[in-house]
Design a protein around this ligand. Sequence first.
Ligand code: COA
Length: 154
Amino acid sequence: MNHLTLKLVSFAEATAEIQSIRQIVFQVEQGVDPALEFDGLDDAATHIIVYAQVYDQKQPIGTARIRYLSDRLAKIERVAVLSAYRGQGIGKRIMEKAIAWLSEQGISEVKLNAQTHAKAFYAKLGFLQHGDEFDEAGIPHIEMRRPVEVAVKI
Ligand code: COA
C-alpha cells in the first residue's frame, strides 16, 4: 500500500490516535476490558503508529507498543491494524519497524504473547512458540520469542 507513514512515538505524542485504534480493535472488536487494555504501562513504552494518507488527511490505522523488560529483552504488545487495512502487509511493517528499533537499542531478544489466531502472522516474522497455551483477557494466547540481531555501530 502506498502513502503510509510509520512513526516511533512516545504515548504522549500520539495518545488519542493510539487509544482510538486500540479501542476499536481490542475493546469493540474483541471485547477486551478497557481496564486490562489501558494498564498504566503505556507512558514507559515506545509506541509505533501508522498513518494512511486518506485524501488530504493522515488517518491513524495501526499501532503497537514496545516495553523493555531488561537490558537485553523487550516485549512487543498491543499490535493492531484497523480491519479495513488488514492483509496488506501493514502488520508486518509495524513488526519489522519494532525489531529494527530494538536492534538499534542493543536488545538481543524479543518476546510477545500472541493471540493463538495470530500465531502464523508472528511465525512468518521468525517468532517461535515457547511453552503452552494460556488465557489472557479471556483470549487464548501463546508466548513467542525470537532473537534480534544487534546492529553494529561504527
Ligand atoms: N493468521 C495467519 N496468517 C496471518 C494472519 C492471521 N491471523 N494475519 C496475517 N497473516 C499473514 C499474512 O497472510 C501475511 O502473509 P504473507 O507475508 O505470506 O503474505 C503476513 O502474515 C503479514 O500479514 P499483514 O498483512 O502484514 O498483517 P495485518 O496487517 O493484517 O496485521 C494483525 C495482522 C494480527 C496485526 C491484524 O490482523 C490485527 O490487527 N488483528 C486484530 C488484533 C490482534 O489480534 N492483534 C494481535 C494480538 S497478539
